[in-house]
Write a protein that binds this ligand. Structure first.
Ligand code: 5GP
Length: 119
């Protein structure tokens, strides 16, 4: 959990525009973009553009507050656009905690009562 931040992780590459991403929303501090392996229609990831925190344990409180509020704002937009029956906010820490990209992020996963998660 406490390894150093790897500047070559996939989300760092997206932030440097070294690999493309389908952006949903951004400001100076936060970027929301589509997950390439969506667990449901409209699966969005939300990351900080300024922090090099790997996990929730590392992130500065002010950055977390911005990230959380941006996640809610993006969830509201996804809700309006796709009208799911509900949505899940997920956040994974450490390999054992299901994390695969070590730049802290929130998942927004829209859910429909008649649709199971993909993959
Ligand atoms: P974690 O398991 O670390 O919480 O989630 C990482 C997420 O990043 C996964 O849902 C995975 O589908 C997504 N992901 C992995 N590689 C890429 C990529 O190159 N682009 C985008 N947009 N998402 C990615």
């Amino acid at each position: 959990l406490h390894a150093p931040y790897d500047p070559h992780n996939i989300f760092a590459k997206i932030l440097r525009a070294e690999i493309p991403a389908v952006k949903v929303w951004e400001d100076d501090e936060v970027l929301a973009f589509m997950d390439v392996f969506p667990q449901s229609e409209g699966h969005v990831l939300v990351i900080s553009k300024t922090s090099t925190a790997r996990t929730l344990l590392d992130i500065e409180p002010a950055v977390l507050a911005r990230l959380m509020e941006a996640t809610r704002r993006t969830a509201r937009a996804v809700q309006k656009a796709l009208q799911p029956d509900g949505f899940q906010i997920m956040q994974y820490n450490g390999e054992a905690g299901g994390q695969t990209v070590f730049h802290v992020h929130f998942h927004i996963v829209p859910r429909w009562s008649d649709r199971p998660l993909k993959g």
